[in-house]
Design a protein around this ligand. Structure first.
Ligand SMILES: [Zn+2]
Length: 154
């Protein structure tokens, strides 16, 4: 039995929905899509409600079989921030003008290649920020994609 089907079996849909109503327990990402065992099953964790939290894809993929303490140490050894930075914190740190912010938000509804490029650049920036990697190049790419979207040449 795969881990995923086992997870579905052990966590009733109603409880799963209740957990996923929360933001990511680790970075605060508003769109948590995965249920994480705080203490991993492989480390003696259980399916008890207090061992289950909502997690975003990025956090869950990085945490793997770490306990939160081990994960924090692992990140610290790599110079990565704790807690991990959510896309929205990354967004808040960006030096975007109001017009640029409007353009990025509009890009969510815009299926044009320029809009998709902005979202890709935003995602790349958030991934770098989340990992604690340098973000200057990603930020420059985002500004360029936004400028392309808004038709500005500055
Ligand atoms: Zn997260």
């Amino acid at each position: 039995m795969s881990a995923t089907s086992e997870l579905r079996e052990r966590i009733p849909a109603s409880l799963r929905r209740e957990i996923l109503d929360d933001v990511c327990a680790y970075c605060g990402h508003p769109f948590a899509t995965e249920v994480d065992h705080v203490v991993p099953l492989s480390r003696g964790g259980t399916y008890d409600r207090d061992n289950l939290v909502a997690a975003c894809k990025r956090c869950n993929a990085e945490k793997l079989d770490f306990t939160p303490e081990e994960w924090q140490t692992w990140r610290a050894e790599r110079g990565a921030a704790w807690p991990p930075m959510s896309p929205w914190d990354a967004w808040a740190r960006l030096d975007l003008t109001e017009a640029e912010k409007d353009a990025v938000l509009a890009a969510h509804a815009d299926r044009s290649p320029a809009g998709a490029a902005v979202l890709d650049a935003m995602s790349a920036y958030a991934t770098a920020a989340h990992a604690g990697l340098p973000t200057l190049a990603a930020e420059a790419a985002l500004h360029a994609a936004v400028a392309n979207l808004t038709g500005e040449t500055s």
